[in-house]
Design a protein around this ligand. Sequence first.
Ligand code: SF4
Length: 200
Amino acid sequence: MEITRRGFVRTAGLAAVGSLAFELSNQSEAFAFNAVKDDWKLVNTEEHTNICCYCSGGCGVICSVRDGELVGLEGDPDHVINEGTLCPKGATMFQLRNVVDPATGKLMHNPNRITSPKVRRPGASDWEDITWDRAAAEIAAHVKKTRDESFVTERNGVTVNYTPAIGSMGGSQQNCEEDYLILKLMRSLGVVALDNQARV
Ligand code: SF4
C-alpha cells in the first residue's frame, strides 16, 4: 500500500483528535467529582511560592496554606528551574513543619523539628538550647582561640601562615555566592582543610 504525504497527515490528524477526545472525556468526570468535594485537600487555601531549602538547586515550590497553617506543598510548574518537579528531598520538605499524627491521621507540627541552636558542653551527655547570639559568640571565641594556639607561620624556612587545627565543611544548601564568602573567610583565617558534602 502506497502512503502519500497528504494521506499520512490526514491519518495522523484523525488519530490525534481521537486520542484527545478520549483523554478529555476520561478526565473531565474525575475532575468535576474532585472539585465539589468539601474535604478536597487544597480547598479554600492560599498559595504562596517559595524555594526548596535543601540544596542550592533552588527548585520552586507552592505552599498551600489554610487559616495560617501549611496543608500542602508541591513543585511549582511555573518555576523556571524545576517546572513542577521535586527530588525526594524536596518532596518531603512539607515535613519540616508538619507531619501526620499516626494516632489521629490529622496534621500536627513535627515534634522533632529543632528550632534553636544547641550545644553539648564538654563532659555533658545532654544538649542544651542557647540563643543565636550566644552561639555565634561562642563559635567565634572557639575559632579565635584554636587559631591563635595552632597557627603556623613558617615551615622548613618557608612562610606558610596556616592552621592545621580547623577545617571547613560546606553544605549543599549554600549557593555559589555564600561559598565564595566562606572560602574568603577561611582563607583569611589560614584554614586550608576545606571540603563540601555536596548533595547529601
Ligand atoms: S533538594 Fe531537590 S527539590 Fe530541593 S532544590 Fe535541591 S534538587 Fe530541587
